[in-house]
Design a protein around this ligand. Sequence first.
Ligand code: DGL
Length: 281
Amino acid sequence: MNGSDRGLHSRRPTIGVFDSGFGGLTVLKALLEVITGADYTYFGDTARLPYGSKSVETVARYAIEAAHYLESHGAQMLVIACNTATALALDQMTAAAHVPVIGVVEPGAEAAASATKNQKIVVIGTEATVSSHAYRKALESRQLQAREKACPLLVPLVEEGWVEHSITEQVARIYLAEAFADGFHDADTLVLGCTHYPLLKPLLHRVTPGNVSIVDSAESTAHAGASRLRQLVPAIADGEERRSVPRFKFFATDSTEKFRRLGERFLGHPIDNVEHVDLKE
Ligand code: DGL
């Protein structure tokens, strides 16, 4: 049944969105722009974040638990919003799931391939995402050259709310100067390979050379999710459900109050309905 369309006969499917924490709400936000005819169940593993500094084994174990949790709460398609979980464990999650699974790396690489003119791409992400070389492999398989750069300080700066802070700008300048060095000084595309980076888009536009296109993997993933869903649920393609209002359920493994408070910044509107989940180690 792996990757099957079990349960997707309903005209109003439930999409499960998984992330290590709050950042995946940027992907949920992008999904809401393109798929309104669905309900959403979001799982943020806030008690065990960050994933970006953890091993493949640990991230895969956590991610599979989250996938099972979302499925057992009615998710009929899974969107793995977390770049780290996608990069390290997409195959394992797909094998463990009974519903279609979409990750962020392939849609991000595809969007970069469309955006670039000189086939040179820079990808920024967590340590774990960069060490996995998932983006590089996805880009090289499209005959593109890729430089990956870990930017571990950016996640805590975004969570601190410093998205327009001079310190964040300085840090971003240093990382990007290193990334766009040597053979990549003329790269023309920057892929945001981490859930938190879409909040830094205005700042990143300022600190990258003017000709560089910024690819937001959250947006590319939302479009990939929408086209997959259109194949699976024809009513969505008809637009029959377009005007309906999505229902949300949020699950967090740490404080629901903190999830609400930080989450609103990522989602761009108030969050209620957060339930605490206790996943055993
Ligand atoms: N969600 C993670 C990602 O997109 C960033 C936060 C973390 O390290 O857990 O890679």
